[in-house]
Write a protein that binds this ligand. Structure first.
Ligand code: NAD
Length: 496
């Protein structure tokens, strides 16, 4: 008897309407698709880098040609603005271009002569071998960049991929499957499996490597489950990124960067600015200017590029968290300089909000809000700002604003997080040649850079042949004379 296909609805957050339904892949189907992917991977890994690059280059051109369709799909299912979606597409195009150019170099075999005394001078080769089947599990905030783009280096390395997008945003992933199919990707090498937690768990069970992006709590569950099969994981998790504004900062730039970095994508960015510490001397002026900028922003459904700055809240439970954090801050004495409430009417919107006079007794300063809110705290000096910035279980990114570049870099080195921008925020995500990953509970491993593709491979070390003696000095049988000789040699070598 055929099993009935389970369907899940897709909602447009900006209107509240159901716009589509997609089929859910159950555990048995995931296992079946994984087996098909493993078969397809055998031929894919045998292709040269040049051949794999040709497919992904064709996909890049497909995306450039179909950018409007991709943008509309992303906007519809996330509720983000056209410009936020356009940024995703720009990053995705850059991702294709970057991995086409660098993959072969990053995965080139390393050859050297070893200095290890017992095998001195022997030839060593270290090679990168694709794991086989990679599972990419993604969140809803950037369905193209934080889900599909992590598949690109996995594919370039010669793996097959199962992509499990968020159940909130399956349509973008389905469009990427269409993109790759039309770009010459062999059947079975790239597969989208839709569904929620159970589908995600089935992916973890079925693959050889898990690339997970999402909340810290889910990342922990993924890691626990992967432990059962000793499957390696890379985790890109939540954040509570701090911005430090020094008294000598260019105030206008700092305020503009704060507004953009906290509110783009409605603040639903893992690396968005979630809290700001401003030195006392410029605190009042900074808050006033930031309030003015944020008050002038337009919010609403995407209506074409340049039409609105702030979009909807994609995931229903998220607006409850945002509301709880704002209410908690106001109850404890914070001041809403602008915004502060959920907007009524169709769709799911929260007003762009600046909260002043906040402190660490408030959840808006200690828990991930993931919404269009900017809490700003007054600090006595830079030391207090750094202490508070580091007073967090998260350690994804940070930023510091000062007119003294050397001082900015010195502050950056004292911040406990995976990346820090000086006089900027967010944009380090575009630096594809440097690692991007979190410290503390913000993750394990990183994307981008050499590590961003090597992680999808196992290393194999091949030790070349040495002189063909009949018997080496350390071979059996042991003798007191040789043992003494070797012990003396080791003592002389390392005992000095
Ligand atoms: P989430 O953790 O709720 O879900 C992420 C994905 O995991 C979804 O596809 C979901 O279906 C799946 N999933 C849920 N339970 C699972 C399980 N037990 N096993 C396997 N898969 C499971 O996260 P979200 O709400 O979609 O995304 C928002 C979070 O993602 C925020 O915390 C944000 O900071 C984080 N994020 C981090 C980065 C980064 O690069 N560090 C980037 C984007 C988003």
């Amino acid at each position: 008897m055929a099993t009935e296909t389970q369907l899940m609805p897709v909602e447009a957050p900006a209107t509240g309407r159901t716009i589509d339904e997609v089929a859910v892949a159950g555990a048995a189907e995931v296992a079946e698709l994984a087996a098909r992917a493993r078969t397809a991977q055998v031929a894919w890994r045998e292709r040269s880098f040049r051949e794999r690059t040709a497919v992904l280059d064709a996909a890049r051109r497909w995306l450039a040609r179909n950018a409007d369709r991709m943008r509309e799909t992303i906007c519809r299912e996330t509720g983000k603005t056209d410009d936020d979606a356009q940024l995703e597409i720009a990053v995705a195009l850059q991702s294709f271009a970057f991995w086409s150019k660098r993959s072969e170099r990053y995965l080139a075999e390393e050859r050297f002569r070893t200095w290890a005394p017992m095998v001195l001078g022997r030839k060593v080769t270290v090679r990168y071998d694709p794991y086989g089947l990679v599972g990419v599990i993604g969140p809803w905030n950037y369905p193209l960049v934080n889900a599909f783009c992590d598949c690109v280096p996995a594919l370039m390395a010669g793996n097959a991929v199962l992509l499990k997008p968020s159940e909130v945003t399956p349509l973008t992933a389905l469009l990427t499957a269409e993109m790759l199919a039309e770009s010459g990707m062999p059947e079975g090498v790239f597969t989208v499996v839709n569904g929620g937690r159970e589908t995600g768990e089935a992916v973890v069970d079925a693959v050889d490597y898990v690339m997970f992006t999402g909340s810290t709590a889910t990342g922990q569950a993924v890691m626990r489950r992967a432990a059962d099969t000793v499957t390696p994981v890379s985790l890109e998790l939540g954040g509570k990124d701090a911005m430090i504004v020094c008294a000598d900062a260019n105030l206008e730039r700092a305020a503009n960067a704060a507004a953009f970095s906290a509110l783009c994508n409605s603040g639903q960015v893992c690396i968005s600015v979630e809290r700001i510490y401003v030195e006392d001397a410029i605190y009042d002026r900074f808050v006033a200017r930031l309030g003015e900028i944020v008050q002038g922003l337009r919010q609403g459904e995407a209506g074409g590029p340049g039409s609105v700055e702030v979009g909807a809240i994609t995931h229903p439970p998220q607006i409850e968290i945002i509301e709880r954090h704002v209410r908690d801050a106001l109850d404890k004495g914070a001041r809403a300089v602008t915004g502060g409430a959920r907007r009524s009417g169709p769709g799911r919107f929260f007003e762009p909000t600046v909260l002043a006079d906040v402190d660490h007794s408030m959840s808006c300063m200690t828990e991930e809000t993931f919404g269009p809110t900017i809490p700003v705290m007054r600090v006595a000096d830079v030391d207090e700002a750094i202490r508070l910035a580091n007073d967090s279980p998260y350690g994804l990114q940070g930023s510091v604003f000062t007119s003294d570049a050397a001082k900015g870099e010195a502050i950056a080195r004292r911040m406990e997080c995976g990346a820090v921008c000086v006089n900027d925020a967010l944009v380090n995500y575009m630096v594809f040649d440097a690692p991007m990953g979190g410290w503390k509970t913000s993750g394990i491993g990183s994307r981008h850079g050499a590590g961003g593709i090597r992680k999808y491979c196992r290393t194999q070390t091949i030790l070349g042949t040495g002189p063909q003696l009949k018997r080496d000095v350390h071979h059996f049988p042991y003798s007191p004379r040789v043992s003494k000789l070797l012990a003396g040699f080791v003592g002389r070598l390392y005992g000095r």
